[in-house]
Design a protein around this ligand. Structure first.
Ligand code: ASP
Length: 458
């Protein structure tokens, strides 16, 4: 829905503008890095007073509506399902889908990293240089990982003690749980009593999606600012020695998206993968440019409904849940990174240990927040579990942005394909329901005509 939420100017389409912003930011950043150097006062000034603030304002505009959006979408999604037993069945199917696809992607990553073994290619001088550059950043991530342990308490913490506090702390799980309870309870009171609250939730969802529309209008500039910040600091030199690690992650993500998920879409949803991918372009571009599943959620909801024809009560349930719980790309990235860093630090993992890595990658991908770098603290947790120095994460931090952008795309693709599979299995949707003619411009026009979007599905 980057287009629908963000009907851009008259000329260029919004996602094209965002890509242009990305390209301009990257070229200027690399040029500044190469010609002037990262510590040049002008480059620092630009990062501090121009590129940084623009990028941050754009991200904050999106983050400020994430919690109300998640709450309203989940509550409306559950309430829309009506019958509580229905919630149970759809919920169980959704969870099974999340689990299976995440295990598949993590396993794919581990197989690839074992074949290519990128860890054997990083030379020791480069390693020392990277570790020195990121020692500070890495230390704070290691600290974050130590305070956020996972285990039985993760399960208990899912049941929030205070939903407002969860929202303040950006604890998506807590807000999701509260939303689930809220929506379920709405189905248990009389329809007449539930209606005013449903109307409020609907209005809340409409309002926050409108704010996203406003935010997306500044996306091209925000994205340019964010990318300038990264490239002016590191140029492209750090990319070179880590090239094969990056390649393994990217190739793995591509295989998962273009083979595994394509097969799931074809056989699980009965939909042509080519049609699927052409209909979800807006989500891909938004995920790639924001590196955030959470920020892509509004786009996903609109894409599922308007471009794929998925009934709102299914999309509104599966997508917000999948947003934080189903991270195919993140689990693949985590598996690859753990084995890569183990090799860099000379630690050999046995097959059973690799299976544990796979499970940890799956669990932590469920727990990671859908924000840029959301999985990094959890990743550090896995590293320390296997005696790999947590600081090793420093090696990947410099190039994490591009990996983050790419894995976020796969994260949201997994959510969207899951929505199709679940909708079809419920018998409420089939490939024939995909609108024939919805193009970007149509969507924009449709939105402009109907300021009260989104309306309840028929
Ligand atoms: N940026 C990712 C997302 O939002 C999370 C992560 O892997 O860091 O989906």
């Amino acid at each position: 829905m980057s287009e629908p939420v963000a009907a851009g100017g008259k000329g260029m389409k919004l996602h094209t503008k965002i890509l242009v912003g990305l390209a301009i930011g990257a070229v200027l950043g690399i040029t500044a890095n190469v010609m002037l150097g990262a510590d040049n006062p002008t480059v620092e000034w630009i990062n501090k007073y121009l590129a940084g603030p623009i990028g941050q304002i754009f991200l904050r505009m999106l983050f400020m509506i994430v919690m109300p959006l998640v709450f309203a979408s989940i509550a409306l999604g559950v309430a829309g399902l009506g019958d509580i037993r229905h919630v149970g069945r759809v919920g169980a199917k959704t969870m099974a889908y999340f689990l299976i696809t995440t295990i598949l992607s993590a396993t794919l990553g581990l197989v690839l990293v074992n074949i290519v073994r990128p860890g054997s290619r990083v030379d020791s001088t480069v390693r020392a240089e990277l570790l020195a550059t990121y020692a500070g950043d890495a230390a704070s991530k290691v600290e974050a990982a130590q305070t956020g342990s996972f285990g039985i308490e993760t399960l208990v913490n899912f049941v929030t003690r205070n939903p407002i506090k969860s929202a303040v702390d950006m604890d998506m799980m807590g807000v999701i749980f509260f939303g689930l309870m809220f929506g379920a309870a709405l189905t248990m009171i009389t329809a007449a009593r539930a209606k005013p609250m449903m109307d409020v939730l609907q209005a809340l969802q409409d309002v926050v999606i409108k704010i996203v529309e406003i935010a997306m209008r500044i996306a091209p500039y925000g994205v340019a600012g964010l990318i300038f910040g990264v490239t002016s600091r590191f140029g492209y030199s750090l990319l070179v020695p880590l090239g094969s690690f990056v390649a393994v992650v990217i190739v793995g993500l591509l295989i998962h998206a273009l083979v595994t998920l394509a097969l799931i879409v074809k056989f699980g949803a009965g939909l042509s993968p080519v049609l699927f991918y052409s209909r979800v372009r807006s989500s891909i571009v938004t995920a790639f440019s924001t590196s955030s599943s959470a920020a892509t959620l509004p786009t996903n909801l609109a894409v599922a409904e308007q471009n794929l024809g998925i009934p709102r009560h299914i999309a509104g349930f599966v997508l917000p849940l999948g947003n934080t719980m189903c991270m195919n790309g993140t689990s693949l990235f985590e598996g690859v990174t753990v084995l890569f860093l183990a090799e860099v630090f000379g630690i050999t993992l046995s097959l059973p240990q690799m299976i544990v890595v796979m499970f940890m990658a799956v669990i932590t991908a469920v727990g990671a927040a859908g924000v840029p770098g959301g999985s990094i603290p959890l990743l550090v947790g896995i590293l320390t579990m296997f005696g790999i120095p947590g600081e090793g994460i420093a090696l990947v931090l410099g190039i994490d942005r591009i990996l983050d952008m790419s894995r976020t795309v796969v994260n949201i693709l997994g959510d969207l394909s899951g929505t199709c599979v679940i909708a079809r299995s419920e018998g409420v949707w089939s490939a024939a329901d995909v609108p024939k003619t919805v193009g970007d411009m149509d969507l924009e026009a449709k939105l402009d005509e109907s300021p009260d979007w989104p309306k309840p599905a028929a």
